[in-house]
Design a protein around this ligand. Structure first.
Ligand code: SF4
Ligand code: F3S
Length: 78
């Protein structure tokens, strides 16, 4: 699944939610989160984020890897 990372915090541009064809990006507190079970890995959200907050979960930049768990934990255990 794709993952939203820290540049989204307090920015919350929201264009990613418009781009997502399955509406699996949810607002919560200071950032948005991608539901890992609902994301179809289309990659359409990646290029629209103005702060490059979104990464494929196997290519998350160094120092932001913990956001894979952060996105998952927002939705709780499956
Ligand atoms: Fe939505 Fe596609 Fe981004 Fe997943 S990769 S969050 S399905 S736009
Ligand atoms: Fe956040 Fe970028 Fe989406 S700032 S809300 S991940 S467009």
């Amino acid at each position: 699944a794709y993952v939203i990372t820290d540049p989204c915090i307090d920015v919350k541009d929201g264009d990613c939610t418009v781009a997502c064809p399955v509406d699996c990006i949810y607002e919560g507190g200071r950032m948005f989160y991608i539901h890992p079970g609902e994301c179809i890995n289309c990659g359409l959200c990646l290029s629209v984020c103005p702060v490059d907050a979104i990464s494929w979960d196997e290519e998350i930049p160094q120092g932001r890897v913990q956001f894979k768990a952060v996105n998952q934990d927002f939705f709780g255990p499956d």
